[in-house]
Design a protein around this ligand. Structure first.
Ligand code: ZN
Length: 92
């Protein structure tokens, strides 16, 4: 199914769902029963959320201008064990 948009001169635009390729050039307006003509719009592609778009931009930026590491980063303190049994494990 595809969503096709029609425009009624009295009521404005409305959508009609039909199988792909079966949309007619004109449709009856569901509100006033006037003849409405089909409006051609861009296909309803999936919306990319701003968070995902931002991550993709970072990925592309990293591909073009990767952050160069010139020395080993400082060693961080190991996290403390959360379970009492972990404290009995051998340590280096
Ligand atoms: Zn109408």
């Amino acid at each position: 199914m595809a969503t096709y948009e029609y425009f009624c001169n009295r009521c404005g635009s409305f959508d009609v769902k039909r199988p792909i390729g079966t949309a007619s050039a004109e449709e009856v307006c569901p509100r006033c029963s006037n003849t409405a003509r089909r409006v051609y719009t861009s296909p309803g592609t999936a919306f990319t959320s701003p968070a995902v778009a931002g991550l993709r931009e970072l990925e592309e930026e990293s591909r073009e201008n990767p952050a160069v590491v010139t020395r080993v980063p400082p060693k961080e303190a190991a996290p403390r064990p959360t379970h009492p049994a972990h404290a009995r494990l051998p340590r280096p």
